[in-house]
Design a protein around this ligand. Sequence first.
Ligand code: IVH
Length: 710
Amino acid sequence: MVKQSPHHHIAVDALSQAQAQQELAYLADVLAQANADYHTKDAPDLSDADYDTLKRRNADIEAAFPNLMRADSPTHQVGAPVADGFGKVRHEVRMLSLSNAFEDRDVEDFVKGIRKYLGLGDDAPLALTAEPKIDGLSLSLRYENGVLVQAATRGDGETGENVTVNARTISDIPATIEGAPDILEVRGEVYMSHADFEALNQRQTAAGGKTFANPRNAAAGSLRQLDAEITRARPLRFFAYAWGAISAPLSDTQSGAIDRLAQLGFQTNPLTLRFETAQEMIAHYHSIETQRADLGYDIDGVVYKVDNLDYQRRLGFRSTTPRWAIAHKFPAELAWTHLEAIDIQVGRTGALSPVARLTPVTVGGVVVSNATLHNEDYIAGRDSKGAPIREGRDIRVGDFVQVYRAGDVIPKIKDVDLSKRPKDSETFRFPTTCPECASSAVREEGDAVRRCTGGMICPAQAVEKLKHLVSRAAFDIDGLGAKQVEQFYQDGWIKEPADIYQLQDRYGRGLQQLKNREGWGEKSASALFQAIEDKREMALRRLIFGLGIRHVGEAAAGLLAQTYGSWAQFEAAATAAQDETSDAYTDLLNIDGIGAVMASSLIAAFANPQERASIDRLVAQLTVLDAEKRATDSPVAGKTVVFTGTLEKLTRAEAKAQAETLGAKVSGSVSAKTDLLVAGPGAGSKAKKAADLGIETIDEDGWLSLIGQG
Ligand code: IVH
């Protein structure tokens, strides 16, 4: 569901502080929702392309207003959580994602930014590699003394799934290697070729099995088979392009390291080349783009990486992406088809989302029959401010529409061909009542979305709330997924969260037994009851997130749990904060990362008698664990640091990034709040002010030794 952000039409450098702050709050909310949807829904509402656009806008605003960076910034979150069934593997070195470039300009800026960060002049040599971005799934292969001992998927970047047995069936992955460092984690992409994908789908059709939407899904589905013999029968391939933990360096350059991996017996991509300028890199991008259709496997862009590994080390990482690499994405794919109907879906927070039902059409190799239409304004041809989009063309049932897709998530409608509009077509009338419960559906000021006011009485909202509660990031109850919840809801066995914990008492024995129902047996029923019992003890942050309160995403739930520590404190605060003159209200708003919109949504949930009663009934079933206080083991965590004067070993950007990685806040000016001043030669008034205020002052070497790099 793409709402238009409040100020999206304003260029980033023209935003006021207040506008930037509002928009960051909005983006944090929408992106957190998209992240949650990504792993709780089969078909996320936000397409990859929209997600990328919003994430990029967020990053741009954060770059322009670093002081407004939110604690729950979407920049700090990646990926989807681990699926059940495989053992978990904690990656010794995190598996990261890449930030994106879409325009040639972005690539030039990327190279300029690196030069600046490293303090390299325009003439100093700087080489980068460029290689295809393979559209598969990443895998980390751990070799100890030359033997493959573990293969793990990325998972959420910190913890992945142990797929060692499956990886051993892939012929591109050597079981043993010679002449490698004692410990070597090789990272790369598992993928399926177009030819193998077609053949697999044909075999699946012949056998009456399910077919895959695209080679990436086929590769992921094939690797993540609990029966490795199924994986063996699927023709998976592997390109190596990076490494994780390593006991000795492979080389001092990226290109040298990739050559070493090739010598060790890994497949490396033949289109990997090394360049000295952004222009050459971009030319290679366009050359790869023209070869794309003939490669025989899917790629979705080109990845550029700084070649010098010492530079890579200095550049380091933002929270989830390296500073030394970027993915230059190919533009999304388009196709034209007929819009047969517009259906309205009702979400967890009551949002009415229009979905386009399309005459099936192939877009970039995938058959598409549904697309999101975002909201009523989008259909009407205007943005949330009333400004025209598509030059004001509205979208009607019967229209010939252009579908846009990037990645394999729900596509969107980009445009409409008015010359093909049927004569008798009518303007689409967006419903003003909920199609699920007939309550009135209203649109509040500033909200792009019309929402059902039925609350708990709306079956669609109730069931979506339950699905959210059992999702992985929330209660994560094994064996109780979206499908089961829907079934139990329809049967009236689970109407609200607390009912989950009474399932066994009510339906564990007697006439209406779970084990007698279709799809359930003695074993699966008792496993479910056990899984539910296992989740009677619940972490505070999961509970707060699981309540599914609008705007309160995973990150915000974490902040609230950290701040209040216990359910009793949290609940008391959320209740007392109804009074906007109370200390509780001020304290809530003072939490870094909690804004007025989120606060009022939280307060409203606790003030609504039905909702509150339902929450209380749930909590009565649980033992809520207090939040653990965050470990603060870095010497500068939580401190405010100011850098001044000339730094000789680090650039300013590098020093700032180091400090922030270690949990410090970096400020530009000295005040009573400053904890530490790092002053290089030529430090002037700031050093004097710090001395006057009695603030600890150290030099660059002192800083490096303080953070353990001296
Ligand atoms: S480098 C620290 N190189 O893209 C950076 N990634 O969006 C490690 N990918 O998770 C990644 N082709 O699954 C790199 N040539 C390539 C790639 C590539 C595909 C994937 C990888 C990663 C994702 C990031």
